[in-house]
Design a protein around this ligand. Structure first.
Ligand SMILES: *[C@@H]1O[C@H](CO)[C@@H](O)[C@H](O)[C@H]1NC(C)=O
Ligand SMILES: *[C@@H]1O[C@H](CO)[C@@H](O)[C@H](O)[C@H]1NC(C)=O
Ligand SMILES: *[C@@H]1O[C@H](CO)[C@@H](O)[C@H](O)[C@H]1NC(C)=O
Ligand SMILES: *[C@@H]1O[C@H](CO)[C@@H](O)[C@H](O)[C@H]1NC(C)=O
Ligand SMILES: *[C@@H]1O[C@H](CO)[C@@H](O)[C@H](O)[C@H]1NC(C)=O
Length: 422
């Protein structure tokens, strides 16, 4: 009975994984692009929606060279300035080819809709002398579009050895591939990010963002290569994407709210995380929905982590539904004594309250015995936690899967494997 409940959404997931295609050709973008190549500055065209006029600014026209060696930052910035100051829907075009790009900041307050049509490969510098803390940054842009089926190659292997953050508290921040600061009403889709030096996509203070059909890829053992980091952001819609990386698949911190995550395939990596929270002033993460996702071979599945001791804060209104879990170490986990670098004071209490969290139809396999681990704070016990139709199997030494609860109030509904501890 319970297993049939998720079938429709589950089928959707399979279909999406089968058809996920990061080429934009099905939409006819390529045709329009070839016009651009032929005519330089393209004539105005009709948009998919038939509204705005499209104008194209090919980076080659502004001096870009696709030899994979020349730094094209100035050419990209010149093309951006043109697109940003043009009325209608104006695109910077990165055609097929390999374009090396140093650190750049694309600043907004543009006249219309400003886009990046990335068809080629944009490669980051490999010389440490050229690293800053960000690679490609968009700042104060409203109505930004990024698409085109191309690739951002962060050249992470050149930088990961410099990541000594495990041992050095003053470690140097390596650059995220894409940083979005104060970006609103924007969409990123059909894009691939490979081997980021740090996070693939970092959002700070962004609103109304749709991200779909992106692939964010880095090796399982690459340090701090989060897929998507959301900080102080709201109304975010992430769907139909593949995130396989070395750190969190998606992480949500600092007053992030109203996030919808659907049909995301996640793993390897550290799973979908809320936190770490508690170091900032009254951090409040709320109204997060994670639906119909596939989490495979990760360290964590669905996680909330908070520091202890901590400042006051709140995590509430979370829904995790119809999640397939495949050999995940900690499929469902609240860790309110988060301690990535032991030793920590195990008696310290977090002041972050976790309330109203539903896990519904979470099924698959755990690679550790404790498949459900709800370790809440003694100072701010978790409440209104619902476990509904949980089926997580563990095959290994020491018997069947178990759950652990500490300072948590809630209820269980339907099937419970492991037996619940609420
Ligand atoms: C987000 O979208 C809503 C609905 O379209 C709109 O009312 C709101 O102004 C947008 N927010 C920002 C910051 O642009
Ligand atoms: C989220 O984005 C996807 C892809 O664009 C879209 O199909 C879906 O309707 C969006 N959902 C919401 C609630 O905006
Ligand atoms: C989930 O992802 C794993 C790894 O990518 C894949 O092997 C598996 O087939 C996926 N499962 C479903 C149900 O899509
Ligand atoms: C709990 O959160 C869900 C959304 O996840 C919301 O629909 C519901 O109203 C919330 N309940 C309370 C008591 O706030
Ligand atoms: C949780 O959801 C309920 C019902 O939708 C809403 O009233 C409440 O404000 C939400 N909580 C937060 C912290 O936004």
């Amino acid at each position: 009975m319970a297993s049939n409940a998720f079938l429709p959404e589950f089928t959707g997931l399979l279909i999406f994984l089968g058809f996920l295609c990061i080429c934009d050709a099905s939409k006819g973008i390529s045709d329009r692009f070839y016009d651009v190549q032929r005519y330089g500055a393209a004539p105005d065209g009709n948009d998919d929606e038939g509204v705005a006029l499209n104008k194209f600014y090919d980076v080659r026209k502004y001096g870009a060279v696709s030899d994979g060696k020349t730094d094209n930052s100035q050419a990209f910035l010149r093309a951006w300035t043109k697109a940003c100051n043009c009325n209608g829907k104006c695109w910077v075009v990165v055609p097929i080819g390999t374009y090396k790009l140093g650190p750049v900041v694309f600043v907004g307050r543009c006249k219309g809709v400003t886009g990046f049509l990335i068809q080629g490969v944009v490669v980051a510098p490999t010389d440490p002398a050229e690293f800053t803390d960000k690679w490609i940054t968009f700042r104060y842009v409203d109505q930004l579009l990024i698409r085109g089926g191309g690739t951002l190659d962060g050249q992470g292997a050149s930088a990961w050895p410099f990541n000594d953050c495990k041992t050095n508290p003053h470690c140097r921040q390596l650059p995220a591939t894409m940083t979005f600061d104060f970006v609103t009403n924007s969409r990123i889709h059909h894009l691939r990010s490979l081997n980021s030096k740090n996070a693939h996509m970092n959002f700070y203070s962004c609103t109304n963002i749709t991200i779909n059909q992106v692939r964010l890829i880095a090796p399982a053992d690459s340090p701090n290569t989060d897929g998507i980091r959301l900080g102080a952001s709201s109304n975010i819609n992430i769907s139909r994407s593949i995130i396989a990386t070395g750190d969190d698949c998606i992480s949500m911190i600092e007053n992030t709210n109203n996030v919808l995550i659907t049909y995301v395939s996640c793993g390897p990596g550290h799973g979908i995380s809320i936190g770490s929270l508690g170091k900032g002033l009254y951090e409040q993460v709320h109204d997060i929905q994670v639906l119909s996702c596939n989490i495979s071979g990760t360290q964590n599945g669905l996680r909330v982590k908070t520091w202890a001791p901590s400042l006051f804060g709140m995590v509430s209104n979370l829904t995790f539904r119809n999640i397939f879990i495949n050999q995940v170490q900690n499929p469902i986990v609240f860790d309110q004594n988060y301690c990535p670098d032991p030793p920590c004071d195990e008696k310290a209490q977090s002041q972050i309250k976790i309330s109203n969290v539903t896990f519904k139809t979470i099924y698959g396999t755990s690679s550790s015995k404790t498949a459900v681990n709800l370790k809440c704070s003694g100072a701010q016990p978790c409440d209104k936690v619902t476990l509904d139709n949980i089926n997580l199997k563990y095959k290994g030494p020491g018997g069947a899967a178990v759950s652990y609860c500490r300072n948590v109030e809630g209820k269980s509904v339907g099937r419970q494997m492991p037996p619940d501890c609420l």
